[in-house]
Design a binder for this molecule. Structure first.
Ligand code: BGC
Length: 358
């Protein structure tokens, strides 16, 4: 304690100098963008692959643009057909050359994207990330998305509940570089460690749904005792579900996955998917546009305060869905005005699914 007191007292004489230095450093580290005239504002959101999950993000982008009174061409959304780092970099280059106001990107490979993100930031463009985090010390001002490690852990805990006697679980994911895939896998593995639930080496389909299905089929046929499957990305759950149904193993293979697109909800209703960790991707798209707009019109400090940025993160949260709470989840989506194309009308949870979770 005494030591701390002395060093603070010693610093007091240097106070004005320290303040000046801090101000100088702050201004070098992150230049405040010039206030943007709304008519000049343009934001670009770059996703990872063509999929209904990304369509929900696009819907969020468009909803924010509408609420902010922007024209459709002031909020651009782009995704490559499958995982494609080169295409993401090229797209960034195109919009840097146009001098847009801000770019929100989901980096399929955070190390490969960082140099072009830095180029954008150096050019005065507001750079943020969504859905999958950037490297440590990135120029990305804010990451907007799921806490992927925690969410992967929840998925692992659900699997442990489903397999009280242990078993072997296959893992399908769409990237070996995107941090969301890596962190979810890590969380899942930590949750099952020491429980008797073993895992196979994850397979990588590079966000190609056809590949995901082929790989799920071959893992199932090579492992006749597979008791569980974990789908890390949005199309992995449906790929496992199709493979499990085709192999006639719905009762033997428990399935836990991520996201809540229509095919996943149908899998829950049918009883082939046991649980899913639904991300709030509409919010990721919406908040990316909103944050960049606020930063460019009101400055970073005001924007961060309004949007509750904590340590460079806006955690959008998740909902864990099973047959037991599916109806309730739909009520919540309706209350928030989040569009979805499925319904639980004329559907009731099955008794054995209810028992499974009690
Ligand atoms: C992931 C995205 C991925 C999508 C693909 C989601 O779970 O968060 O990064 O692009 O699945 O289907």
């Amino acid at each position: 304690m005494g030591k701390q007191k002395t060093s603070i007292t010693n610093c007091l004489g240097l106070w004005p100098l320290l303040v000046a230095l801090a101000l100088l450093l702050a201004s070098c580290a992150c230049p405040e963008p010039e206030p943007t005239n709304a008519a000049d504002f343009k934001v670009v959101v770059i996703g990872k692959s063509v999929h209904p999950y990304w369509s929900n993000i696009e819907a969020g982008v468009q909803a924010a643009a509408k609420d902010l009174g922007l024209h459709a061409d002031q909020a651009v959304f782009f995704v490559p057909p499958t995982e494609d780092v080169t295409k993401q970099i090229e797209t960034m280059e195109t919009y840097i050359a146009q001098g847009v106001t801000g770019i929100a990107v989901a980096p399929s490979d955070p190390s490969a994207l960082e140099p072009v993100m830095r180029k954008a930031a150096d050019a005065g463009i507001v750079v943020t990330t969504l859905d999958t985090p950037p490297v440590d010390d990135s120029v990305s001002l804010v990451y907007i998305g799921t806490d992927n490690y925690a969410a992967g852990k929840v998925a692992g805990e659900k699997m442990v509940q489903l397999l009280p006697a242990g078993g072997t679980v296959g893992i399908g994911r769409g990237s070996d570089t995107a941090l969301n895939a890596l962190q979810r896998t890590e969380g899942f593995l930590d949750a099952v460690a020491g429980t008797g639930v073993e895992t196979l080496e994850p397979f990588n389909d590079k966000e190609d749904a056809a590949q995901a299905l082929e790989l799920a089929n071959s893992v199932l046929s090579a492992n006749p005792n597979l008791t569980g499957a974990f789908g890390v990305y949005a199309y992995n759950g449906p790929a496992w579900a199709t493979a499990i149904k085709e192999a006639d193993r719905v009762d033997q293979t428990k399935l836990v996955c991520f996201d809540a697109t229509t095919d996943i909800i149908n899998g829950i209703k049918e009883g082939v998917i046991d649980a899913t960790v639904a991300q709030r991707e509409f919010d990721m798209g919406y908040k990316s546009v909103q944050l960049i707009y606020l930063i460019s019109t009101q400055g970073q400090a005001a924007a961060f305060e309004k949007m509750s940025v904590v340590n460079g993160i806006i955690d959008t949260g998740v909902d864990v869905i099973t047959q037991v709470n599916l109806k309730e989840y739909q009520v919540q989506l309706n209350a928030k005005g989040i569009p979805h194309k499925w319904s639980t009308e004329d559907w009731e949870p099955e008794q054995d699914e209810i028992e499974q979770w009690n």
